[in-house]
Ligand binder design. Structure first.
Ligand code: UD1
Ligand code: CA
Length: 468
């Protein structure tokens, strides 16, 4: 058995152009369940506690490095100046492993579905066999653009043939290269023998299998996991398939921990979201970013929640959009509400139909149930905001604050022209335009006097008659 001389290092290849996506964004940064595609391969690699983990980047390397800044200290970046193929990319990656002499695990940055348990299994197979080169393969339903594993009559792996170089006979092979390799230093040393592919003029890492065989090194190719784990993402339709699988896994894990989903297939939860047990999530909901949902919350259909905290027992009713805000214990939002960034809806408060709240604090037990805009405001406890209340926070140049004290009653169809304060316990008459502060315990009212003109309707009828 080979002695594990110096642990393992990982090299993740992400220097390709991703031309098949036809997008300005590097392929490996396309998001899957709210996280860049490459972070899945990185997390799987880091779960092995490798001695070093190198990410090979190319032309858009700076963008990739920036997107991965959260991994500071855990990754080494190596630059492949030109995308001359996967073997060339690995050679570039070696620059990040100068003093390292152990085994190297090579992963594709565009393979987000690999599980950490599969990597561990692969590593132990490689070590047990004492291979100089191991390769993970899988049986593909449609081998498409994957490299085919060519074996001899006795089943020994001979070489990998890329799609463009297949003979008719080889195109029937359904065992394909996953792009996951383990190489000991003597195999890595063969990289310089890889010649450019005659057709594409690229240096293919796949050539390493035949080279190792010819050098008498011990090789093994293992179909260790189903296609689902190895599917590479090269096109938008492959991206969608990978995303479906990852979302399914995330929901299965949450359901396992006690979150109830009415229709998992129509529920879109980002990998970055936390949901506590006992919550109930209806379909057609999108829960994104760093959202945290506490115990026993209910999210009704057609809701999108981005970067919010929902405390225990919060209820979000149908068709609401919520961003960057906190919904405290047992508060309710919706239906058809819009909670914009920087808002706090305190305990038991209710924000109802067609109410927009922006950068405001809504106090405990306060209600704004119908057709209102509350922006740049601080609203106290147990306040009643009548239907159609508008805080006029913007004068065309600056935003201004509205402050409403505890226990205030704002009558319907009120405009509060900010900056303005309505003191504790006061009332504002319906239909008022409040321009000046209302002192605590007062009634603020501003209405034009009502006139009733007797007999007016009859006179109008007559006028209509005579004009015919
Ligand atoms: C590659 C394999 C194929 C395998 C498949 C598995 C080769 C020649 N082919 O094909 O046998 O079945 O993966 O998914 O290796 N990259 C670089 N620099 C380059 C070229 C590519 O870093 O110059 C990176 C890419 O960013 C990508 C990975 O290597 O993350 C694989 O490259 P890609 O072009 O997607 O190879 P495939 O055609 O999918
Ligand atoms: Ca690929």
């Amino acid at each position: 058995m080979r002695k594990n001389r110096q642990g393992t290092a990982c090299v993740i290849l992400a220097g390709g152009l991703g031309t098949r996506m036809k997008s300005g964004l590097p392929k490996v940064l396309h998001p899957i369940a709210g996280r860049p595609m490459i972070t899945y391969a990185i997390d799987a690699a880091l779960s092995l506690n490798p001695e070093k983990c190198v990410v090979v980047v190319g032309a858009m390397g700076e963008t990739i490095k920036e997107a991965l800044s959260g991994y500071a200290g855990k990754l080494i970046f190596a630059v492949q100046k030109k995308p001359l193929g996967t073997a060339h990319a690995l050679s570039a990656g070696l620059a990040g492993l100068k003093s390292f002499r152990g085994g190297i695990m090579v992963l594709n940055g565009d393979g987000p579905l690999l599980k950490s348990s599969t990597l561990k299994k692969f590593l132990s197979l490689h070590r047990r066999a004492g291979n100089a080169l191991s390769l993970a393969s899988f049986i593909a339903k449609e081998p498409g653009s994957y490299g085919r594993i060519v074996r001899d009559g006795s089943g020994l792996p001979l070489r990998i043939v890329e799609k463009s170089d297949l003979t008719d006979e080889e195109s029937n092979i359904d065992e394909v290269n996953s792009g996951l390799y383990l190489m000991e230093p003597e195999t890595v040393g063969l990289l310089e023998k890889v010649k450019p592919n005659p057709g594409k003029k690229e240096y293919y890492l796949t050539d390493i299998l035949a080279l190792a065989g010819k050098s008498g090194l011990k090789t093994g190719v293992y179909p260790i996991a189903p296609e689902e784990e190895f599917a590479g993402v090269n096109t938008y339709s492959e991206l969608r398939l990978a995303e479906d699988i990852i979302r399914g896994r995330l929901i299965a894990a949450l359901a396992g921990s006690g979150v109830k989903f009415l229709h998992p297939g129509l529920t879109f939860i980002d990998a970055t979201v936390e949901i506590a047990p006992g919550s109930l999530i209806y379909p057609n909901t999108y829960i994104q970013g760093c959202t945290k949902i506490g115990k026993g919350c209910i999210i009704y259909p057609n809701v999108r929640i981005i970067d919010c905290v929902l405390e225990e027992g919060a209820i979000i009713k149908d068709s609401s959009l919520m961003e960057g805000s906190r919904i405290c214990k047992s508060a309710q939002v919706g239906p058809f509400a819009h909670i914009r960034p920087g808002s706090v809806i305190r305990e038991r408060a209710k924000i109802g139909n067609f109410v927009e709240v922006k950068k405001s604090v809504i106090g405990e037990g306060t209600k704004a149930q119908h057709l209102s805009y509350i922006g740049d405001s601080t609203v106290g406890k147990d306040v009643n905001i009548g239907a159609g209340t508008i805080t006029c926070n913007y004068d065309g140049v600056k935003k201004h604050q509205t402050v409403i004290g505890d226990g205030v009653f704002i009558g319907s169809d009120t405009q509060l022209i900010a900056p303005v304060k309505v003191g504790k316990g006061s009332y504002v008459g319906a239909g008022s335009t409040i321009r000046r502060n209302v002192p605590a315990g007062s009634l603020g009212i501003s209405r034009a006097e009502q006139k009733n003109i007797k007999g007016w309707a009859r006179k109008r009828e007559k006028r209509k008659g005579s004009s015919k």
